[in-house]
Design a protein around this ligand. Structure first.
Ligand SMILES: [Zn+2]
Length: 840
């Protein structure tokens, strides 16, 4: 598929005015292809000129432009040339289109639980052309109508309200102008729950085998949906732009969710099994709020070109956390933002591949480069920058600016400059001056606190970087029940200031702790003075506000990452402070970092066993009656941590006894997800056999169960099983497996516990990627991404792995977005090597 360049998109946008699409799909033609007829009406501003439309058919049956047949053989790759355009044109394209099994286009999935088939369009970027003939760029928006013919027992869902018209035909109501990448469709024997809010029909949909899950969760999902909907209605002047709001939980979606106007699709593992943590439910709530924000940010007003992905993603991320925290019971959502999202943003921003939140269009030269833009800079750093912008302008001015932006560009497209104009008008502040360092410049600033030395001198915050920061410094004293907040002092750090003097109230009388960026309003690395650092090491769990604790834990994580604190110290801090922790989200993230980063990547292999033992001891401690009396929220992270870190004979027999009892002593009951998690760990350790995996696979026919079984098979610690898994993975990279199946296989395959057994596969991993790229045999971009992202041997943190990876990069052949992904993994690996060698 030829990538569309920015120059081509600009030229086509100047030339064409797309007036409307009519899409007719026939889903009754077997399991290989579906029928697709597109009728698109469009104007041409230079009659006589030519252009092209994109489509990737299995067979192009017929093309008619303005009543004249056009030879389908003219299709070149994914581009159909259109010559001799008139001022007003009608193009009809008839094709058979292939179903996707790898998450790009109309994805076809058959449920192993009951044999039912479900289709869902996995859209975004340039996937529309895998379903219909599309001028496939974000700024050529047009109204869509669609007709879908489906098997009689199916339900059809799409952007506009879908109504059956008899004979398996469904008519989808006309949409307002939307971008091609946002057109969607889901079809199958879906189980549905209907509701309504302010006259807008709401629907929840899931495959039949998940009906029980949906029934269990529907009340919470609808309550969050309604609360967020009400809140957006309250703050946005522009009414909800579409005729309905469906939320469809679809199988095998690669992303968490997709913001199709009026019909959001979610991964269906957001319908949880019974043992679910509050942090997981909060994450789902955030995704609901995030996708709903997109109805305005991204859907109503769309970026002109992919360089401004952040105009969708940063805003939806920011609004998602904000609205969830304001409008629902998940009031501590920002804690999770700090620990989950921002850490990824900081990591991404310190890699060589970092880029400005809002790059120039020429920095995203084509749709392949655009793929890389859906990253932690666009989501996490961008949202952090917006949080700082709100601290800067104030919420009323910020909101006035974005409401002006919606009013001016509704159902159209806009760019950074358009947004800045609106914010400047609304606030009376030159938003461009703020945007330069924050949105147009890559990298992260560091704020370092220093105390008066000798006493009597001033304390200050020194500033390495070029962004202005409006932050609060938390001033804490030792108190009887914990660290007592004396005050939070607002501090303005100008862009060009190298140091800012702290007010006397911050440093006298001398506090136990000075915590910069307390409340996490800005995006920066923080470094504490030695006294504060010692206080935190002794007392981080005694900070009352979970967001303060999150800022503190992020600071510790950063020190380890930068090689300024020994990785074992992180484990010691976790052991000291998690027993007093009450926020399950903090416990889950700290345990996860300890287990998967510190133990597997940062500690030398010789120290790994002791680290796992420390983590299991900690988790057992967390599972004993909890002093804070809020044990339930802490319980599941501890159970999961114990399972994942189990290693000794006592751990193994404990896990077997849980399986036999169907329950963790003291709860929870084991659901299918926990059972498989235990079996995977036992398999990795050589304590469960293939027979035991097959026994459970037979008992659990669900798609999730089958994926878990595949993960376990790939984890079996013998040479034959590894070789079989390796062959299956290679076939998967070539397209024989779905994206989920490949993910399960590669996740099961690489295990730090099996480093010796796997050593020979590390160079072969890179060779496979090079080979696939150079021979052109693969890779489907999505599958190759999975190979790089989930299949990277991060545990093999040594010089030989680094060299093999560098040779793979140097061999060439990888597309731009894939190169970047591999380069990022290698950079993380080099960091692991450095931290590991210092920890010897
Ligand atoms: Zn989004």
């Amino acid at each position: 598929m030829t990538a569309l360049t920015y120059a081509e998109a600009q030229e086509r946008c100047r030339l064409l005015d797309v007036l409307g699409y009519r899409v007719e799909l026939d889903l009754t033609g077997g399991d290989e292809v579906f029928g697709s007829v597109t009728v698109v009406r469009f104007g041409c501003r230079a009659p006589g000129a030519g252009s092209f439309i994109e489509i990737t058919p299995a067979r192009l049956r017929r093309v008619i432009l303005n009543g004249q047949d056009v030879d389908p053989a003219g299709l070149a790759g994914n581009r159909l040339p259109l010559a001799g355009l008139r001022a007003a044109n009608e193009l009809r394209v008839e094709a058979d289109m292939p179903y996707s099994h790898t998450g790009a286009g109309l994805h076809r999935f058959t449920d192993t639980a009951d044999g039912e088939t479900y289709l869902a369009l996995h859209g975004g970027l340039d996937n529309a052309q895998r379903v219909f003939a599309a001028f496939d760029q974000p700024d050529l928006k047009a109204p869509f109508t669609a007709t879908v013919t489906a098997p009689a027992s199916w339900t059809v869902l799409g952007n506009g309200l879908a109504r059956p018209s008899g004979g398996g035909r469904w008519e989808l109501a006309a949409t307002p102008p939307i971008s091609t990448y946002l057109f969607t469709l889901a079809a199958g024997p879906y189980y549905s729950i209907s509701a309504e809010r302010h006259g807008i029909p709401f629907g929840l949909h899931a495959r039949q085998s998940l009906a029980g899950h949906l029934n269990r969760d529907a009340a919470e999902i609808l309550a969050i949906t309604s609360a967020c909907f009400d809140r957006y209605r309250e703050i946005f002047a522009e009414p909800y732009p579409y005729d309905s709001y469906d939320q469809v939980f679809v199988p095998e979606l690669e992303s968490g969710a997709v913001e199709n106007p009026g019909c959001v699709t979610f991964r269906d593992d957001f319908l949880f099994p019974p043992a679910v943590s509050r942090a997981e439910r909060q994450l789902r709530g955030m995704v609901i709020a995030h996708e709903m924000a997109h109805m305005w940010f991204g859907d109503l007003v769309t970026m002109r070109w992919w360089n401004d992905v952040w105009l969708s993603e940063s805003f939806a991320t920011y609004m998602g956390f904000r609205v969830l925290a304001e409008a629902t019971g998940f009031t501590a959502a920002w804690t999770d933002f700090a620990l989950a999202s921002k850490t990824r943003g900081y990591d991404a921003d310190q890699r060589e591949s970092t880029h400005p939140v809002a790059p120039e269009p020429r920095e995203v030269p084509d749709t392949d480069a655009a793929r890389a833009g859906y990253d932690d800079i666009s989501y996490a750093k961008g949202a952090s920058a917006l949080r700082q912008l709100v601290a800067w302008l104030g919420w009323p001015a910020f909101l006035a600016g974005i409401n002006d932006y919606f009013a001016r560009y509704r159902f159209g497209s806009a760019s950074l400059a358009d947004l800045l104009d609106c914010l400047t008008r609304a606030s009376g502040t030159e938003a461009g001056e703020w945007a330069g360092p924050w949105l147009r410049t890559a990298g992260v600033d560091t704020l370092t606190v220093s105390r008066p030395e000798p006493p009597g001198r001033v304390g200050c915050i020194s500033h390495a970087g070029g962004r202005p920061h409006r932050i609060w410094v938390g001033v804490y004293d030792e108190g009887p029940g914990g660290l007592a907040l004396r005050t939070r002092i607002p501090v303005l750090v100008p862009a060009d200031a190298r140091a800012v003097v702290l007010p006397a109230a911050a440093v006298w009388p001398e506090p136990a702790l000075l915590l910069p960026n307390d409340g996490d309003s800005s995006y920066c690395k923080v470094r504490l003075d030695p006294v504060s650092q010692a206080t935190l090491a002794a007392s981080v769990s005694r900070l009352a506000d979970p967001l303060s604790r999150a800022v503190a834990w992020n600071g510790v994580r950063d020190l380890v990452r930068d090689g300024e604190l020994a990785p074992r110290q992180y484990l010691a801090l976790a052991a000291r402070h998690l027993p007093a922790e009450t926020d399950g989200s903090i416990a889950g993230h700290v345990l996860g970092y300890a287990r998967w980063t510190v133990a597997d990547r940062y500690l030398p292999p010789g120290l790994r066993g002791a680290a796992l033992a420390d983590i299991t001891t900690l988790c057992r401690d967390l599972l004993s009656p909890h002093p804070a009396g809020d044990g339930d929220e802490m319980r599941l992270p501890a159970v999961r941590g114990l399972i994942d870190s189990a290693s000794g004979p006592d751990d193994i027999s404990a896990l077997w006894s849980w399986l036999a009892a169907g329950r963790v002593p003291g709860g929870p009951d084991l659901d299918s997800r926990l059972r498989w998690q235990i079996l995977l760990r036992l398999t990795v350790l050589g304590a469960a056999s293939r027979a035991e995996i097959e026994h459970d696979a037979d008992r659990d026919a669900t798609a999730a169960g089958q994926l878990s079984a595949a993960r376990c098979r790939a984890a079996l610690p013998d040479q034959d099983a590894k070789q079989a898994a390796w062959v299956a993975m290679l076939r998967g990279l070539d397209g024989a497996l779905s994206g989920y199946e490949l993910t399960a296989a590669v996740q099961g395959f690489w295990q730090a516990d099996q480093a010796e057994l796997l050593a020979g596969y590390v160079p072969r991993y890179f060779a496979a990627l090079t080979g696939a790229a150079l021979t052109g045999a693969a890779p489907d971009a999505g599958l190759a991404r999975i190979w790089c992202l989930h299949g990277f041997p991060h545990h093999a943190a040594d010089a030989a792995t680094v060299r093999a990876g560098e040779r793979c990069l140097a061999a060439g052949g990888l597309s731009g977005s894939l190169r970047r992904l591999l380069a990022d993994q290698l950079e993380d690996l080099r960091r692991s090597v450095a931290v590991r060698s210092a920890a010897q």
